[in-house]
Design a binder for this molecule. Structure first.
Ligand code: ACO
Length: 324
């Protein structure tokens, strides 16, 4: 059977206009700009206005990614949306996006792996392309985290924001040598850690959406270890040294986690794309948001080796390696 490589044909992202600064946050809960910046690196987050949903953010990012790839919705035969904050219990954001973009071929669905969602979605799309099940895939991470926050809980509400990012993958016949495309993905989870990071509601338990709960300092400890493990594993499987990788695009949860992982693996901080200061933790949206920023500003160039990684509720964690 012919094997295909999933090439990154385009990327795009979208942040809602409304910015909520740390100063504003300190008038809502007992916190301060200096506490938030010192502990997390976050300066501000973007918040979707009332009436604007995850599908709206996803659509904007998807249209930008399709434009960047020189393609339209009609070309797309697979949509995988990573989100924890869908518009409805069903239908999926994926199928809503399919209708809005005029994509009538193939399949569309959502995956739910919280902050690792984009890496999981990329892995699903990469595998479907490799088996010839799809030719042009749209992989989206989109969130309105503001809708599941407890705005009276200073230990969580200062950390998150809304946004979306999207990537277009196209299947190319796999050949010899240094071809661009997804080189590998590595997915992990461990359900025993549910209580450290979860949402306390849902359709089948409380009949409500629920609110995010986190024991942050315990999540922090697991984050650095698990992320570093996934990065060395994926690089090892590809036969590549960490030092050979041009750019690291991490999930943007906390600047201190980014620096902790970089220190542990002796990665120069200039190689780590960091956007957390500008939009906080946007969960599944953060990896494509950061990737897009670095493509737009010219840091990530065609042919560069890029490692994406994330950790989130569940716990879930994982990594993806690509030659852009
Ligand atoms: N402003 C002021 N003080 C605060 C705030 C705040 N916003 N939040 C907590 N504090 C206080 C606490 O109450 C505590 O006070 P106490 O000592 O009087 O009890 C003190 O600050 C220290 O609290 P810690 O939780 O120990 O602070 P820490 O240095 O660990 O920083 C943080 C907290 C930023 C949450 C950090 O632990 C973190 O980033 N954790 C990881 C989060 C993460 O990576 N999540 C990723 C996945 S998210 C997802 O999947 C959806």
């Amino acid at each position: 059977m012919t094997e295909f490589t999933a090439r990154i044909a385009g990327i795009g992202s979208y942040l809602p206009e409304r910015i909520l600064t740390n100063e504003e946050m300190s008038s809502m809960v007992d916190t301060s700009d200096s506490w938030i910046r010192e502990r997390t690196g976050i300066r501000q987050r973007h918040i979707a206005p009332e009436g604007v949903t995850t599908a709206d953010l996803a659509e904007q990012a998807a249209r930008r990614a399709l434009d960047h790839a020189g393609l339209t919705g009609e070309d797309v035969d697979l949509i995988v949306v990573a989100t924890t904050t869908p518009d409805f219990t069903f239908p999926s954001v994926g199928t809503m996006l399919q209708a809005r973009l005029g994509a009538t071929k193939g399949a569309a669905f959502d995956v739910q792996a919280v902050c690792t969602g984009f890496v999981y979605a990329l892995s699903v799309a990469d595998n479907m392309i490799a088996r010839g099940q799809a030719k042009t895939a749209l992989v989206v991470g989109a969130e309105t985290m503001s809708r599941i926050l407890d705005w009276t809980d200073r230990t969580t509400c200062v950390l998150f924001g809304d946004g979306a990012g999207a990537m277009v993958l196209t299947g190319e016949e796999a050949g010899e040598g240094e071809q661009p495309g997804i080189l590998g993905t590595y997915l992990r989870s461990d359900g025993r850690f549910k209580d450290l990071l979860h949402v306390d509601g849902g359709p089948s338990s409380t009949g409500t959406v629920g609110q995010l709960r986190m024991i942050g300092n315990q999540v922090f400890r697991h984050a650095v270890t698990n992320i570093a493990e996934s990065m060395t594993t994926i690089a090892g499987r590809a036969g590549i040294g960490i030092a050979d990788i041009d750019w690291f695009v991490p999930h943007q949860a906390n600047q201190r986690i980014l620096e902790g992982v970089a220190r542990k693996l002796s990665i120069p901080t200039e190689k780590v794309i960091s956007t957390v200061a500008d939009h906080g933790n946007t969960s599944a949206a953060s990896v494509p948001l950061a990737f897009d920023r670095a493509v737009q500003d010219g840091r990530i160039k065609r042919g560069d080796l890029v490692l994406m990684e994330a950790l989130g509720g569940g716990f879930t964690w994982g990594a993806a390696l690509a030659r852009y």
